[in-house]
Design a protein around this ligand. Structure first.
Ligand code: ADP
Ligand code: ADP
Length: 243
């Protein structure tokens, strides 16, 4: 088991109201699983993903329960301990991940910074080689390495973000509608590459999507969220057979 989530709750708190976005969620993921997480808009999927990596504002959210990731409870880790996990062991790509790229730095600089979080002494050439390989997987030329984000289209930036998420060989990759905005052919190519890569590297994936065909082609398990709760989880083969 790579992740064991128990009695997990996430509540957004502000002056006037509380939004119970994730309610008493329980699930496990085994190493090598690819879990499709589906459910209508607003059902809590993104909140769950961001809460696991603790990317939500501390001031305006309350998280309870446990999320045991390879022996460590993500809910109770210190910021220091989380730093060791983010990007390296767990990576998340969002639908608009490109928005988190800095507009004032070249792609190269940002890739080097993220790589060096976990490999402080890595040489530029090593990082460039690794990233060039990943750019190929997402069907981009290494020309983008020296460009600034504004010089790329939205679709190219999204592919750059996917490549960045794979930079440090994460053990768990969370893709939150990460390929939704891309054209169908590119989406298919990227998913094929990700599936191939996770077989080689023993990577586990949570795939948040509204697209059941994405689940059917790239996931072995599926879970449905509804109004913050997780409905039963099952094997894709069985669930899709008995709709
Ligand atoms: P999904 O990813 O399934 O579309 P979300 O996790 O984005 O769902 O949203 C779950 C619930 O939390 C929704 O009711 C949404 O309106 C609410 N929500 C999301 N972000 C915030 C926020 N920053 N503050 C308050 N409520 C939020
Ligand atoms: P900051 O402005 O300090 O980068 P963020 O809230 O964006 O604050 O991120 C907090 C931490 O999480 C940072 O260490 C950042 O590198 C990491 N992080 C941000 N996005 C991701 C992601 N998609 N996957 C993994 N780690 C991330």
């Amino acid at each position: 088991m790579i992740l064991e989530v128990k009695d997990f709750n996430v509540t957004y708190v502000n002056k006037h109201k509380r939004v119970y976005a994730v309610k008493n969620v329980n699930f496990n993921i085994d190493k090598g699983d690819s879990l499709g997480l589906v459910g209508e808009s607003g059902s809590g999927k993104s909140t769950l993903a961001m809460a696991l990596l603790r990317l939500l504002s501390k001031k305006s959210t309350e998280i309870s329960g446990t999320a045991n990731f390879l022996g460590r409870d993500l809910v109770n880790l210190s910021e220091e301990e989380l730093k060791e996990i983010r990007w390296k062991e767990i990576s998340v790509v969002f639908q608009k991940s490109m928005n988190s790229l800095s507009p004032v730095h070249r792609i190269r600089t940002q890739v080097e910074d993220i790589y060096r979080v976990h490999n402080p002494k890595a040489a530029k050439e090593e990082i460039r080689d690794r990233f060039t390989y990943l750019l190929k997987l997402v069907n981009l030329s290494d020309r983008v390495y020296n460009l600034y984000p504004h010089e790329l289209s939205g679709g190219m930036l999204q592919r750059v973000s996917i490549a960045i998420s794979l930079l440090n060989n994460p053990k768990l990759l969370i893709m939150d509608e990460a390929t939704t905005a891309l054209d169908v052919v590119t989406q298919g190519q990227i998913l094929d590459e990700v599936v191939k890569m996770e077989k080689e590297m023993d990577m586990t994936r949570i795939m948040i999507t509204h697209d059941m065909s994405v689940v059917a082609t790239s996931c072995n398990k599926v879970a449905v969220m509804y109004a913050g709760e997780m409905m039963e989880m099952g094997y894709v083969k069985e669930v899709l057979k008995n709709p």
